[in-house]
Design a protein around this ligand. Structure first.
Ligand code: PLP
Length: 362
C-alpha cells in the first residue's frame, strides 16, 4: 500500500514553515489497483484491456494510478476532456491517449495535433473539423442506443466518416450493469457498425460490459469503475479489491450531557451522558450528507456511529465503544464502494469522483 505524496511545502524560504500533515488522508492501494486491472484483463479474454482514466482516475489521482495501470499492462487510456491530457503525458505516450469528448472546437484540433493525443470523433461536424484542421489518425464513436455521444450507424456511410483514418471504432453500453435485452440489441448494432467502416480495433465493453461475456469484448475493453474498486455486477464480487481507503483524525473530544445536541439543526440529541469525537472530514472532502445517517466510522472492529449532520469540514462520532480514543487518533472511514453505495444510495461512481481536492492532495 502506498501513501499519496504529502503536499509540497509553501514557497517560503523559512524551512521551519513546513505545511503541517493533514488530519485526513486518502490512501490508494496500488497493489489492489494492479490486481483489478489484471482481473479485468483475464475476463477480457483475447481482447486487450485499456483503462478509463477520466476525472483524475475517478478521483484517485492520475499520478498515483497511471504508472500502476501502465506497468500492469494497460496500453490505451481514455480521458474525457482535452485538459486531462497533459498530466497523462507525464506517464504514457500521446498516441495511447483517447479523448472521448472529441474535437468540439478548432482549438481542440490544434491541441490534439500538437500533443499527438487522439480524439474520439463523435459527429459529422467533429469529423469535418478534424479533417479541415489537418488531423490524421483518430477514433470513432458510434451510438448504438445510449444517445449521448457518437454518430448514428446510418451516418457511417457518409464520405467524411469514410475518409477518416480510424484506429478504434467504439460504442458504449447503456445498461451493462443490468440483465436486459438492450445489451444484446446494442451488441448487434455495434457488430453491424464494424462491417460498415474501416478501422483497426473495435471496442464496446466498459467494466460491467466485460462481465457480459466474450461476445462483448471485441479487440479492446475499457474498464473504469472496477479498476478503482467498484463492483458494478455480482460476477466481479470477490475478484475486485478495494482500492481507495479513507482515514480521518479526531481533532477534539467532549462529553455531552443528557439533552445536548450535535451539529447543524441539532439533529442528534443525547439521551445519556456520552463522550464524542469531532473528526476532520466533511462534505467538502466528498463525504456527503447522504452518508451520514446510520453510518459509522471504525477503529479496528469497533464501530463509532456518526451523530448529527455532516458539516463541511467535520463529522462527530460516538466514542462510547472506544473510550481510549482522543485527539490525534486516526479512524477508518469504511469505503468499500458497493457497501457504501448501498448504505447511502449514492452511486459507486459518485462516491469516488466527489472526493474533494483537499483530500486528494494528501
Ligand atoms: C467512462 C467510460 C468508460 C468506463 O466505464 P465504467 O463503467 O467506469 O467501467 C468506458 N467507455 C466510455 C465511453 C466511458 O465514457
Amino acid at each position: 500500500m502506498v501513501r499519496r505524496q504529502t503536499s509540497p511545502t509553501m514557497s517560503l524560504d523559512k524551512s521551519f514553515l513546513q505545511t503541517p500533515s493533514p488530519t485526513h488522508r486518502l490512501r490508494v492501494d496500488t497493489d489492489a489497483l494492479a490486481n483489478n486491472w489484471r482481473a479485468l484483463d483475464a475476463v477480457s479474454g483475447d481482447a486487450s484491456t485499456g483503462a478509463a482514466v477520466k476525472a483524475d482516475c475517478y478521483g484517485l489521482g492520475v499520478d498515483t494510478c497511471i504508472p500502476v495501470l501502465r506497468d500492469a499492462g494497460a496500453e490505451t487510456f481514455f480521458a474525457a476532456h482535452w485538459s486531462e491530457v497533459p498530466p497523462l503525458l507525464n506517464h504514457v505516450a500521446a498516441e495511447q491517449v483517447a479523448v472521448l469528448h472529441g474535437p468540439v472546437t478548432d482549438e481542440d484540433v490544434r491541441f490534439a495535433i500538437a500533443t499527438g493525443a487522439r480524439p474520439v470523433i463523435n459527429s459529422i461536424e467533429q469529423a469535418q473539423r478534424w479533417k479541415e484542421g489537418g488531423g490524421a489518425v483518430c477514433h470513432l464513436m458510434v451510438d448504438t442506443g445510449i444517445n449521448r455521444l457518437g454518430a448514428a450507424p446510418s451516418e457511417l456511410s457518409d464520405p467524411i466518416f469514410q475518409s477518416l483514418d480510424i484506429d478504434i471504432l467504439m460504442s458504449h453500453l447503456a445498461c451493462a450493469d443490468e440483465d436486459i435485452p438492450m445489451n444484446a440489441r446494442q451488441l448487434d448494432a455495434f457488430r453491424g457498425a464494424t462491417t460498415m467502416i474501416e478501422h483497426r480495433r473495435s471496442s464496446l465493453a466498459n467494466s460491467a460490459g466485460i462481465a457480459l461475456g466474450a461476445d462483448y469484448a471485441f479487440d479492446l475493453t475499457r474498464p473504469g469503475i472496477a479498476l478503482y474498486g467498484g463492483v458494478p455486477r455480482s460476477e466481479f464480487a470477490g475478484r475486485i479489491r478495494q482500492v481507495a481507503f479513507l482515514e480521518a483524525a479526531i481533532i477534539q473530544t467532549r462529553t455531552l450531557s443528557i439533552g445536548e445536541s450535535v451539529g447543524y439543526n441539532a439533529q442528534f440529541t443525547a439521551d445519556r451522558s456520552m463522550r464524542v469525537g469531532t473528526v476532520s472530514l466533511g462534505y467538502a472532502d466528498g463525504f456527503l450528507r447522504a452518508r451520514g445517517n446510520g453510518f459509522a466510522l471504525r477503529v479496528g472492529d469497533v464501530e463509532l456511529p456518526l451523530l448529527g449532520k455532516v458539516s463541511m469540514d467535520m463529522i462527530v462520532v460516538d466514542l462510547t465503544n472506544a473510550p481510549e480514543l482522543g485527539e490525534g487518533d486516526w479512524l477508518d472511514v469504511p469505503f468499500s464502494l458497493p457497501d457504501a453505495a448501498q448504505q447511502s444510495s449514492v452511486s459507486q461512481y459518485e462516491l469516488l469522483t466527489v472526493l474533494g481536492q483537499r483530500l486528494r492532495s494528501c
